[in-house]
Structures are given as structure tokens and as C-alpha cells.
Design a protein around this ligand. Structure first.
Ligand code: COA
Length: 389
């Protein structure tokens, strides 16, 4: 498979943007990606755009052409909905479109507005990513679903609430200097343990927040980059996507995420690497337990062994495998339709050396993103590599 080069990335600050629509946020992210790439919107041959709850938050459907217009792109434009993995899947479609030879230049990205909703409204909107008939009707929300996974994990493998607290502390610490992150505030283990309970064992700081934001990337074929003398720094060398049963009760094992295992294995094989080759990772930590499950599913740890990774400093900025140097969903924020492409944007900057935390990974050559939808009923994994590594 040919490699796809990341010509440019862009991302808004995540958080509350009460005066701005999703189209306005996406226009900014796409504009930054074009500036970063040196290409004009005219060069784009296809747009894949991720969004989850536009109908609910802004009564706005049919967002493909809307977002093409916002980005000044006149090319076929398709919206992709895959819950919190919407724009990660959009990136995969962009990569595969270029690899198939159907296009040389593709704009990918996503946006979400959530902060214009109250927390109950946002919770209700998010619950549409769960099984409406068997989970939502029984009262399951996403903090509730992931807390079931955490409690089952504790039952089967051990671990404590305090172990999870270290994941939140680490990711908040990583975001302190990241201007694009929603929270730039360090927190302590005590802060996490003493925070109001959301759904036991989770307190406030075990959860990603509701966020507004957008992210975009301009992808080009290797041939296009060469023909146009483009000096790209990062390429996508591996992609993988997989699905699982939507509802938790249909799973063989609740505290494991086989869709992430399969997406990871596919991406590793595609890139021709092993988990041990990965130097830095951005994983989908929508709740603290989700980071633990991701690290185990991706083969960095055996099942039951990643629970102490953050506590032991192994995934910290100076650890063996720095994880979520952007702050992750926990502290960078989680505008769900933008998250997957935001991981690509942050990791690209980390690898090419213009992220605030790049110095910590100056020797890194290979990075990985893991983006999940629902309780990991969808998962998409990308392997990124430095071009001159
Ligand atoms: N982490 C850290 N701080 C948070 C936070 C979070 N996740 N969520 C809110 N805050 C802060 C706010 O900034 C605010 O601080 P301030 O008082 O200093 O301004 C304070 O907590 C209260 O914010 P508010 O929005 O009123 O919180 P809330 O109690 O209504 O909602 C959650 C908190 C955790 C319930 C909500 O963010 C949530 O549902 N998150 C999960 C989202 C989700 O399920 N995403 C999909 C994942 S699959």
C-alpha cells in the first residue's frame, strides 16, 4: 500500500465557543490546514467530514456540502457519522481514497458543538451512540456504560479507583501548556478522588468534558507530494478499523475491547510494524478506564496490566511510552465529531517538532492514534511515521 502524506493540519481551541457555529469552527480548522500545507482549497478533490450530533445540537443535517462551502472547497463532500470516532473514520476514508488512486488531495476533518446544550441534553444526545432499545431504555448513559466496564475490570483483573485517578492527573499535566486544550490546569490524585461522583467509580475528573471544536487535515498522495516538491514531515503508513456489538450485554467480555485489538492489528500489519515500535500514542481516553483498555487492546500491555501504567509513570511525558501528550480527551476536550482528526493533528505536530510537548519526544519516529465510537463498538487506528526516519 502506498503511503499518504499529511500536508497540513489545523485545529481550533477546544472548549466553549458560545458565539460560534460548527461551520465557523470547521472553516477555521480547514483554513489553518490549508495554510499549513501551502495548498489552496481548489486543489481538494474530495472531502470526508465527521460529525455526530449536528441534528440535535444545531438542527443541522446534510453537512457534507455545508462544510465544503465553509472550507471554500468545491468537491464531492460526504459526512461520516461513527459516534465519537466520526472524524477518525473520515481520516481512514481519506487515506483509502488516495490509496485507491481516486484522488491525490483530500480534505478530512470534523466538528462538533456540544456546549450550547445543557449537560442533560448533551448526555441524551450522546446516548444515541448506544443501543436505543436495550441500553438507553434501561437508563444507560456513557458515563454509566464506561463505569460498568471499569467495575467489571476491577472484578476480573483488580485495580483501584486511585489507579484510574493517575490517568486523569497525567493527562491534565500534559495539557497545562497546550493552548488548544480545554483545561490547562494540573490536578492532584486527591482532587480526582474527592470530586463529585458522576457514576461510580467515576468522579468529575474521570470523565472527558463536553466541548466545542473542530479539526482538519490535508492529505496528499506520495506522487503528488513529490511532483509538487512538497516537504512533508509525516505520513500515514497504517490504517485499521473494526466493529463490535453495539450493546455491552452482547459482548463476550465487558472489560475488553476486541474492535480495538482488530483495528490495531490491521494497522500494525498495514504499516509493517509491531506495538513495540510505537514511540508515542494518542488514545481515546473518554473516561479514565478507556485509556487502560486502549493500551491493553493495542498490545502495549497484556489484559489486566495497564491499570498501573500511569501510576508507575510509564505513560507519562518522560515515560517509556508517552500517551496523550496533547492532554487526551480528558483535558484537551472531546468535541466528539472532531476528536479523531484532532488526534491526527496533535500527533503530526508532536512528530514534526512544533507541538509544545515535542521536545519530550524528539527521538520519536512512529506514533499511533486510537479513536473509538460508543463503548468501542467502532474503533479506528492510524500509524503515523516521520517521512525522513
Ligand atoms: N473534567 C474536568 N472539569 C470538568 C469536566 C471534566 N470532564 N466537566 C466539567 N468540568 C468543570 C467545568 O469546567 C466547570 O468548572 P468551573 O466551575 O470552574 O467553571 C465545572 O466542572 C462544572 O461544569 P459543568 O459543565 O456544570 O459540569 P457538569 O457536572 O454539568 O458535567 C460531566 C460534568 C462530567 C457530567 C460532563 O462533562 C459529562 O457528561 N462528560 C462526559 C461526556 C461524554 O460522555 N462524552 C462521550 C464519551 S463516550
Amino acid at each position: 500500500m502506498s503511503d499518504v502524506h499529511i500536508a497540513g493540519v489545523g485545529m481550533t481551541k477546544f472548549g466553549a465557543s458560545p458565539e460560534r457555529t460548527a461551520r465557523d469552527l470547521f472553516a477555521q480548522a480547514a483554513g489553518e490546514a490549508f495554510d499549513d500545507s501551502g495548498l489552496d482549497p481548489d486543489a481538494v478533490e474530495e472531502l470526508f467530514y465527521g460529525n455526530f450530533m449536528g441534528e440535535f445540537a444545531e438542527t443541522q443535517g446534510h453537512q457534507g456540502p455545508l462544510m465544503a462551502d465553509a472550507a471554500s472547497v468545491s468537491a464531492p463532500a460526504t459526512r461520516i457519522e461513527s459516534a465519537c470516532a466520526s472524524s477518525g473514520v473520515a481520516v481512514r476514508y481519506g487515506v483509502n481514497h488516495i490509496r485507491s488512486g481516486a484522488a491525490d488531495v483530500v480534505l478530512v476533518g470534523g466538528a462538533e458543538r456540544m456546549k450550547n446544550l445543557s449537560t442533560p441534553e448533551g448526555t441524551r444526545a450522546l446516548s444515541a451512540a448506544a443501543d436505543a432499545l436495550y441500553e438507553v431504555k434501561a437508563g444507560v448513559t456513557f458515563p454509566g456504560a464506561y463505569s460498568l466496564m471499569a467495575n467489571k475490570y476491577f472484578d476480573e483483573f483488580g485495580g483501584t479507583r486511585e489507579d484510574l485517578a493517575h490517568v486523569a492527573v497525567k493527562n491534565h499535566e500534559h495539557a497545562v501548556e497546550n493552548d488548544l486544550a480545554q483545561f490547562n490546569r494540573a490536578i492532584s490524585v486527591e482532587d480526582v478522588l474527592e470530586a463529585p461522583t458522576v457514576s461510580a467509580p467515576f468522579g468529575l475528573y474521570d470523565c472527558s468534558p463536553m466541548s466545542d471544536g473542530a479539526a482538519a487535515a490535508v492529505l496528499v498522495s506520495e506522487a503528488f507530494a513529490e511532483d509538487h516538491g512538497m516537504e512533508t514531515d509525516v505520513k500515514i503508513t497504517g490504517v485499521g478499523q473494526a466493529s463490535d456489538s453495539l450493546a455491552l450485554q452482547d459482548r463476550v467480555s465487558i472489560p475488553e475491547t476486541p474492535a480495538a485489538v482488530e483495528a490495531g492489528e490491521t494497522a500494525y500489519e498495514d504499516a509493517g510494524i509491531e506495538p513495540s515500535d510505537v514511540d508515542v500514542a494518542e488514545v481515546h481516553d473518554c473516561f479514565t478506564i478507556a485509556e487502560v483498555l486502549a493500551l491493553e487492546s493495542l498490545g502495549f500491555y497484556e489484559p489486566g496490566e495497564a491499570i498501573t501504567a500511569a501510576r508507575d509513570g510509564e505513560t507519562a511525558i518522560d515515560g517509556e511510552l508517552p500517551v496523550n501528550l496533547s492532554g487526551g480527551l480528558k483535558a484537551k476536550g472531546h468535541p466528539v465529531g472532531a476528536t479523531g482528526c484532532a488526534q491526527i493533528s496533535e500527533l503530526t505536530k508532536l512528530l514534526r517538532g512544533d507541538h509544545v510537548n515535542s521536545d519530550a519526544v524528539s527521538d520519536a519516529e512512529i506514533g499511533l492514534t486510537h479513536n473509538a465510537g460508543g463503548t468501542v463498538a467502532s474503533c479506528v487506528v492510524h500509524v503515523l511515521e516521520e517521512v525522513d526516519a
